[in-house]
Write a protein of this length. Structure first.
Length: 577
C-alpha cells in the first residue's frame, strides 16, 4: 500500500544506511537495519508522518556460507531491484570531484512508511553503492555523502514538507552539513556559520547506537574535504563540528537539538561517554522495540487471546524450526528436548562461545541431548576475528553432532525462525557493550524465554524467574584489560551454568505449568513494552516534538548545484498528489 506523506503538513525524515524490511530485499546487515525497518513499518501501521531515506545497495551485504573446512566465505549476489519503483525524480551530488546523478527509488510494499533510496545512474559510479559497509574509508565517506547530502536533495526534489531530520546513527550526519549549506548559500537570507548551525540544530535529531568509543566512526577532515566539495565548509568549520579526526557521532550530537540512546542503561553509558563534547544535544533514552507484524507469530497472538493452547502453538513453531534445521543441515534436533538459541553478528564482545567454554560443566548435557544449542551469525567480510568466531562455532557443531548446530548466512528468515521456535534465547554480551539488542525482544514476543546478562534492554524487561532469567547480578563496570575481560568472562560463565542447572533445565523438564506461565508473562511484557509502535510514538513525542517545538521548514531557495527534477510518470504523480 502506498502511503501518501504529502497529505501531512509536517514530516519527519528518517535517515539510515540500511533497512531490513524483508530477507528478499537484502539492503541490510544486522541490528541497525532491523531497527530501521521495524521503525518505518510501525510508522506505516500507525500512519505517522514519516518518510525514510537510504541507499540502494547493488550487492547488498554479504551472503555468508561455510566451506568444507568449516570456514566462512562471502558471496555477493546482485540485490533485486524489483522491490523498488522509480519515482522519476533525479538529484545529483558531487562526490570526489564528479557529479553523481542518482535515481530516487521508492520502496513502499512492506507496509512501511515511504522509503526513498538513492541509486547512481551511471554504472561507473555505482562503486559508491556497491556493497553495504564494503570498501575502505574512502568508499565509506563517499557513501555517507551520498546518503546525507543526496538524501536532503531528494526530499527537496520530491517536494516533501520535512520539518525534522532524524539521523539514525552517525552515518547520516552529512545531511546536517547539507542543511547548513542551504542556509549559508541562501539567496534571500544567507546565514553565517554560527547562525546556520543554530538553524540546523533546530530541525535535527540523532540516535546513537555505539557504547564503545572505538566503534564510533571518525574520518580525517582532509578526506571529507577531498571527497565532499559540496559540503562547502572549511577545514576549521568541519573541525568545529566534528573535531579532528571528524567524529560522526560528535558531529551528530552537535548538529542536533536532541539525541537518544537506545535503552536506559545505554543512556547512562552514552551520557558518560559524550559529556566532554561541548555543544552536544542532551541525550535521552528511547528503548528499541520490534515490529509485531514482522516478528510475532499469529498462533502465539491467538494463544494470548485464549484461542489456542500456548504450548501447542509453541510446539508447532518449534517443530517447524526443527524441520527447517534438518532441511538446511541434515541434523535432526529433538523437539522434545530443551533448545537454546543464539544468533548474533560475530563480534567478540557478544561471546557466542561462552556457554561452551567450560566443557566439564556443559558436556554431559550436550552428550545426553538434554540441552541442544542452535547458533547462527555472520562476520563482517573483513573481520578475521569475527570469522574465527564463526569457524569455532562450526567446529563445536562438528564436535557435538546432533546437539550443537550452526546455521549459515544469518538473515531475517533465520532470525524469524529462531526467535519463534527455540525454547530459550541466550544473550551474554560483555556488559555494557550491547546498546540494546532486539533479537531478545522478538523471542520474548513469541514466548521464547530470555536467558541474558543484564545488558541492553534486558534490565528493563527482566523479572527473574517470572518472564525469563538474568545471568549474574547488576552492573559491574566493564573491564578494559585482557585480564579484566577474562575475569568478567569467568564470572558470567559460572553464573550462566548456575542458572541453567538450577532453574532453566529443571523448569523445562519438571514444571511445564510454570514454563507456560513464564511464556505468557514474556509475551505480555514484550507486547506492551518492546513493540516498535511504542518506540516510534516515543520518537514523535520525545524526540521530534513536531507540535511542541515546531520550527519553520528550511527555506530552499538555494537550489543544490546540478539538482535535476524530471517528471517521469510516477514523478508527476508524486508532485500532483
Ligand atoms: C533481530 C536481528 C538482529 C539484531 O539482533 P540483536 O539482538 O541486536 O543481535 C540482527 N540480525 C538479524 C538478521 C535479525 O533478525
Amino acid at each position: 500500500m502506498s502511503q501518501r506523506p504529502h497529505q501531512h503538513e509536517h514530516l519527519a525524515a528518517y535517515f539510515c544506511m540500511e533497512f531490513a524490511l524483508h530477507e528478499e530485499f537484502p539492503i541490510y546487515s544486522g541490528g541497525l537495519g532491523v531497527l530501521a525497518g521495524d521503525a518505518i513499518k510501525s510508522a506505516g501501521d500507525l500512519k505517522l508522518p514519516l518518510v525514510a531515506v537510504g541507499l540502494f545497495w547493488n550487492e547488498g551485504y554479504t551472503t555468508q556460507r561455510i566451506d568444507a573446512d568449516g570456514r566462512p566465505y562471502d558471496e555477493y549476489p546482485p540485490c533485486p531491484a524489483e522491490h523498488t519503483r522509480d519515482t522519476g525524480v533525479r538529484i545529483s551530488v558531487e562526490v570526489a570531484g564528479e557529479e553523481v546523478r542518482c535515481r530516487v527509488l521508492l520502496v513502499d510494499k512492506y507496509g512501511n512508511a515511504p522509503l526513498y533510496l538513492l541509486d547512481p545512474e551511471a554504472p561507473a559510479q555505482r562503486w559508491i553503492t556497491r556493497r553495504l559497509y564494503g570498501g575502505g574509508a574512502r568508499d565509506r565517506v563517499a557513501q555517507e555523502i551520498l546518503l546525507g547530502v543526496g538524501g536532503v536533495r531528494a526530499l527537496r526534489a520530491l517536494g516533501l514538507p520535512v520539518t525534522v531530520y532524524h539521523f539514525n546513527e552517525g552515518h547520516a550526519v552529512f545531511a546536517g552539513l547539507e542543511l547548513m549549506r542551504e542556509h549559508m548559500q541562501s539567496a534571500s537570507a544567507p546565514l553565517d556559520f554560527e547562525a546556520a548551525l543554530e538553524a540546523t540544530r533546530a530541525v535535527c535529531v540523532f540516535t546513537t547506537h555505539t557504547p564503545v568509543p572505538a566503534g564510533n566512526e571518525t574520518h580525517p577532515g582532509e578526506l571529507l574535504l577531498e571527497l565532499g566539495a559540496n559540503l562547502h565548509l572549511t577545514a576549521a568549520e568541519l573541525e568545529t563540528l566534528g573535531g579532528e579526526p571528524f567524529g560522526m557521532t560528535v558531529a551528530g550530537l552537535r548538529l542536533s537539538r536532541r539525541a537518544n540512546a537506545v535503552a536506559a542503561l545505554h543512556g547512562d553509558t552514552s551520557r558518560g561517554m559524550w559529556k566532554a563534547v561541548t555543544g552536544a544535544a542532551p541525550i535521552t533514552s528511547i528503548t528499541n522495540g520490534v515490529h509485531p507484524g514482522t516478528w510475532q507469530d499469529e498462533r502465539i497472538r491467538g494463544a494470548m487471546r485464549g484461542e489456542d493452547s500456548m504450548w501447542d502453538a509453541h510446539h508447532a513453531l518449534k517443530r517447524a524450526l526443527v524441520h527447517e534445521v534438518w532441511r538446511r543441515t541434515g541434523t535432526r534436533l529433538d523437539s522434545g528436548k530443551l533448545l537454546i538459541g543464539f544468533a548474533r553478528r560475530a563480534a567478540a564482545y557478544k561471546r557466542a562461545d561462552l556457554i561452551l567454554r567450560n566443557s566439564a560443566r556443559i558436556e554431559q548435557r550436550l552428550l545426553s541431548g538434554d540441552v541442544q544449542l542452535l547458533f547462527s551469525g555472520k562476520a563482517h567480510p573483513k573481520d578475521d576475528a569475527g570469522k574465527e568466531i564463526v569457524a569455532n562455532l562450526v567446529a563445536m557443531a562438528r564436535r557435538y553432532p546432533g546437539s550443537v548446530v550452526f546455521l549459515e548466512n544469518y538473515d531475517m528468515s533465520i532470525g524469524r525462525l529462531l526467535t519463534r521456535g527455540c525454547d530459550v534465547w541466550l544473550n551474554n554480551p560483555r556488559r555494557p557493550l550491547e546498546a540494546s539488542g532486539t533479537s531478545g525482544m522478538k523471542a520474548a514476543m513469541n514466548g521464547v524465554l530470555n536467558l541474558s546478562v543484564l545488558d541492553g534492554w534486558w534490565p528493563e524487561g527482566c523479572a527473574h524467574g517470572v518472564n525469563g532469567w538474568q545471568i549474574g547480578g547488576g552492573y559491574e563496570p566493564e573491564g578494559q584489560t585482557p585480564a579484566e575481560h577474562e575475569a568478567q568472562d569467568q564470572h558470567d560463565m559460572q553464573a550462566l551454568y548456575d542458572v541453567l542447572d538450577r532453574e532453566v533445565v529443571p523448569t523445562f523438564y519438571a514444571d511445564r505449568a510454570r514454563w507456560i506461565a513464564m511464556m505468557r508473562a514474556s509475551v505480555e511484557m514484550a507486547e506492551v513494552r518492546f513493540s516498535s509502535h511504542r518506540m516510534v510514538q516515543q520518537y514523535f513525542t520525545e524526540l521530534y516534538r513536531m507540535d511542541a517545538e515546531l520550527r519553520p521548514t528550511v527555506s530552499v531557495d538555494a537550489p543544490a548545484p546540478g539538482m535535476v527534477v524530471r517528471g517521469g510518470a510516477e514523478g508527476e504523480e508524486t508532485r500532483a498528489l
